[in-house]
Design a protein around this ligand. Structure first.
Ligand code: S3P
Length: 173
């Protein structure tokens, strides 16, 4: 969209718990750019944790806010590192806006590796609540179609966030 690559936003996508926030923060520091985590941004703007938003207003309400927020940031900000929530790319408008305005990086983790860290994730992730492992696996697989739309994929199995961030920074230079 006419913005030079080095001024474009870099958007991180991927399933819950793959490290979008940690890696995003590291890349931002390494590149000297500002970092925006969409979920944290929404929590601060609406002064409410996301699990509570789900409980009080429902997932659809959150998805609407998520859509407005991502589109606003992608269109009106430049040169930022932005991490999205794991469900954001399910929304066609979010996909389209990010893919045309930004450089979209997928953090990709195998199901087996993901499963091992699942216990520490479930607590503040309402979409995982009351789901069996099989159901979560199904969700994991369903999401892959939306994630297949990206500019660059980084496999993160057996890599520390630091290693993933270094790899990305090298790729960008
Ligand atoms: C969600 C992922 C979460 C957060 C919300 C819904 C999802 O973000 O946006 O709980 O549907 O996958 P993280 O990917 O940062 O956990």
């Amino acid at each position: 969209t006419g913005i030079p690559v080095n001024k474009k936003n870099i958007v991180l996508i991927g399933f819950m718990g793959v490290g979008k926030t940690t890696v995003g923060q590291l890349i931002a520091t390494k590149l000297g750019r500002d970092f925006i985590d969409i979920d944290q941004y929404i929590e601060e703007k609406y002064n409410m944790p996301i699990p509570q938003m789900f409980k009080e207003f429902g997932e659809q309400h959150f998805r609407q806010i998520e859509k407005e927020t991502v589109i606003d940031i992608c269109k009106n900000q430049h040169n930022k590192i932005v991490s999205l929530g794991g469900g954001a790319f399910q929304q066609a408008e979010i996909r389209q806006t990010c893919l045309t305005s930004s450089l979209v990086l997928l953090l990709d983790l195998s199901w087996n590796s993901w499963k091992e860290r699942m216990d520490i994730l479930v607590d503040n992730r309402p979409v995982l609540h009351n789901r069996t492992l099989d159901e979560i696996h199904e969700l994991f697989q369903q999401r892959q179609l939306a994630y297949s739309k990206h500019h660059l994929k980084i496999r993160t199995d057996n890599q520390t966030p630091e290693e993933v961030a270094d790899f990305i920074v090298k790729k960008l230079q």
